[in-house]
Each structure stands twice: as structure tokens, then as C-alpha cells.
Design a protein around this ligand. Structure first.
Ligand code: NAP
Length: 335
């Protein structure tokens, strides 16, 4: 089946539209000439949004506010708002759980024509896999971190609305591509000649490139058989961390120096970066919570259910996805 499709001429609300995933969803919807309503905050950086083509609505989902204005005629909602980094447990839960309650209460009240809501959760809501045993939709959820627990809490809120709203929950692993910052910090390190080896030596992981994720989201929105269900969505491969480093190095044509950071130093570094971040607005890229994730050997998931149900075939493997990511970054001003 051709992957490059979009939703035609629908009215759509995208939360988190200023963010990495949300802004790519907006771009794909605009290609289908959809009327796109974007939920953003007063403080949001709007550089990825073309304000002449979308309608902006300002609001913070952590507090109740009315979305009546844009939900009345909305066909689809893509709920991409959330936090992947935060300084406290409370911040994670407010953005990834409380925000869902605000949104779905509004959808239930005003979304009379809603055909589908795509809720973006995460592999972190289930937790790591056992070696050689990728998690799937039947695996019990055992999230490890505040982030994972807050994403699971968001899913639970979504399920509470499943009798009144046409919700589908998608759980991606790490998503990478243009406009992304967390995974790119690692690529940037390699570009500068450093391969910081942290965490488990033989880490295995699932990944997905942004274009494939957006295509999967659109497919899940329009396919009638997917209602009220949960799916993992990955690019279908499992990668050893060393392969990831090797692939990035080849694309960048660099031979980075490897430096192994011992485990006992990691916790100290995490604590130090947390301390420094007290004086900064943004949470650090690495903290003790993230170190819990990095220490796990296996972050793999099976997407067989999604692929089968939606006849979906990802178009990007690591080589192709990273090449596009690196090429995009090279073209950014100031690089
Ligand atoms: N990136 C990944 O690797 C990955 C993997 C699995 C799942 N996910 C999930 O995918 C979703 C999007 O992630 P992302 O990578 O696109 O993150 P991102 O680039 O940080 O974008 C997050 C978006 O959510 C918005 N947002 C945060 N809190 C909000 C609130 N209280 N009210 C309204 N909007 C709020 C942000 O607005 P501002 O611009 O104002 O900050 C931003 O637009 C998240 O739910 C995340 O858990 C991401």
C-alpha cells in the first residue's frame, strides 16, 4: 500500500503543534488541504508553523479551558502535546496526564463530529523489554521513570473516555528526524568527534523516523477498524546501540573517540546536571531519571499488530532516516 497519503479536506485539531511530532503532523495535514487548528501556548516557539495556513488557539492543557471554538466542527484530533523532559515528577504528570483529562473532557462535551482521536503515548509507558523478547500489546505495563509513569497515567485517562470518544493510543519508541533535539544531541556529539558511551554496553532498541510515525498516525486516524485500541509503532527493526553509532559516524564521515563513562560516575553527573539546571529554565538533557532508562539493556517493541491491522510498511530504516536527519541539520542556519 502506498504510504504517502494524507487526510483530505478534514478539520483537524493538533495539540503540541509547536513541537517536534506535532509540527510534522501539521505539515502532513496541510498537504491534504485540511483546515488545521493548532493548540499552542503563549510561550510556544512557533518557528515550525506557517501562521498563514493554520489557525492558532492559545491555551495550556494543564488548566481547564474551553476548546469549544475549535472542537465544534473537528473531525480528527492528534494529541501530541506532552513533556519528554521535566525537572519534577509533578511537571511530567501535569503535562502527560492532567492535560489529557482537560482535552478529553472538552472533546466529550464539544466534539460532536469527532471521527478519531490519536493519543500519542510512549514505549516508556510499558517499560523495557527482556533480552530477545520485545514488548507487545499484551505485555504488562511496568514503567520505570516519572516520564513512563506519567505516560501510562495519560493512557489510563484516555481509556476512561473510550466509551464516549473514538480514541486510539499509539506507543512509539524514540522518534528521530528533523526538528528533534534529544536524540540529535547524541548525533551532534558524534559530529564533534565524541562518542560518549554511557549505560548498558549491549543496548538494543527500537526506533522510528518521524515521517513513518506521521504516516502511521494518519493511517490510524482514517482506518475504521482501529477504534479504542493500543498499538506499538516502530520501524520494525531492532538496533544495537553500536550500530547506531557506526551508522551516524559513516554518514558524517567521522571517526569519533569513544569515552566510556563508568556507571558509578553517571549518577553523580546526573545529580550535577540537575543541580546546574536549577538555575536554568530548561531541564537537563541527562538527569537521574534518564539514567534509569539508559541503564536498561533492551528497549524493543513489536509493531506486528499495527503493521497487520493497517497494512503498514515503514519506509525508513536507520540509514535512510539518519541521512535525512543529518542533511536537514546541515542546512540549518548557523551550522
Ligand atoms: N520524541 C520522541 O522520541 C517521543 C517518543 C515517544 C513518545 N513521544 C511523545 O510524543 C509527544 C510529543 O513529543 P515531541 O517529541 O514532539 O515533544 P516536543 O517537541 O517537546 O513537543 C511537545 C509539545 O507539547 C506542548 N505542550 C507541552 N505541555 C503542554 C501543555 N501543558 N499545554 C499545551 N501544550 C503543551 C509543547 O508546547 P511548547 O512549544 O509551548 O513547549 C510542544 O508543542 C509527547 O507526548 C511525547 O511523550 C515522543
Amino acid at each position: 500500500m502506498n504510504q504517502n497519503f494524507t487526510i483530505d479536506h478534514a478539520t483537524v485539531l493538533v495539540t503540541g503543534a509547536s513541537g517536534f511530532i506535532g509540527s510534522h503532523v501539521v505539515d502532513a495535514l496541510l498537504q491534504g488541504h485540511c483546515k488545521v487548528h493548532c493548540l499552542v501556548r503563549r510561550t510556544s516557539d512557533l518557528r515550525w508553523l506557517d501562521r498563514t495556513k493554520v489557525q492558532l488557539h492559545y491555551g495550556n492543557l494543564e488548566k481547564p479551558f474551553s476548546l469549544k471554538e475549535c472542537l465544534g466542527k473537528t473531525d480528527y484530533v492528534f494529541h501530541c502535546a506532552g513533556l519528554t523532559r521535566a525537572k519534577t515528577r509533578q511537571e511530567f504528570f501535569q503535562a502527560n496526564a492532567t492535560a489529557c483529562k482537560t482535552l478529553y473532557e472538552e472533546c466529550a462535551e464539544h466534539g460532536k463530529h469527532l471521527k478519531r482521536i490519536i493519543h500519542i503515548s510512549s514505549l516508556a509507558s510499558v517499560g523495557p523489554a527482556l533480552p530477545d523478547q520485545p514488548v507487545d500489546e499484551n505485555t504488562p505495563c511496568k514503567p520505570l521513570t516519572y516520564y513512563g509513569k506519567s505516560k501510562l497515567a495519560g493512557e489510563e485517562i484516555a481509556r476512561q473516555f473510550s466509551s464516549s470518544l473514538p480514541l486510539v493510543i499509539l506507543r512509539p519508541p524514540i522518534v528521530y528526524g528533523p526538528r528533534e533535539v534529544n536524540f540529535f544531541a547524541f548525533i551532534d556529539g558524534i559530529a564533534r568527534g565524541w562518542n560518549l558511551q554511557i549505560g548498558h554496553k549491549n543496548r538494543v532498541l527500537s526506533l522510528i523516523y518521524i515521517t513513518d510515525l506521521v504516516q502511521a498516525m494518519l493511517r490510524a486516524a482514517v482506518c475504521p477498524s482501529s477504534e479504542n485500541d493500543v498499538y506499538f509503532i516502530t520501524d520494525g527493526h531492532f538496533y544495537h546501540w553500536d550500530n547506531v553509532v557506526e551508522t551516524v559516524s559513516k554518514i558524517l564521515n567521522v571517526r569519533p573517540r569513544s569515552i566510556r563513562i563508568p556507571d558509578r560516575l553517571l549518577a553523580f553527573i546526573g545529580l550535577l546536571l540537575e543541580f546546574i539546571s536549577i538555575y536554568q529554565k530548561k531541564p537537563p538533557l541527562l538527569d537521574r531519571q534518564r539514567i534509569i532508562d539508559i541503564r536498561q539493556s533492551t528497549w524493543t517493541a513489536s509493531s506486528e499488530k499495527f503493521f497487520g491491522q493497517f497494512e503498514f510498511q515503514p519506509q525508513y530504516d536507520l540509514q535512510k532516516g539518519l541521512k535525512e536527519t543529518v542533511d536537514w541539520h546541515k542546512k540549518q542556519p548557523g551550522r
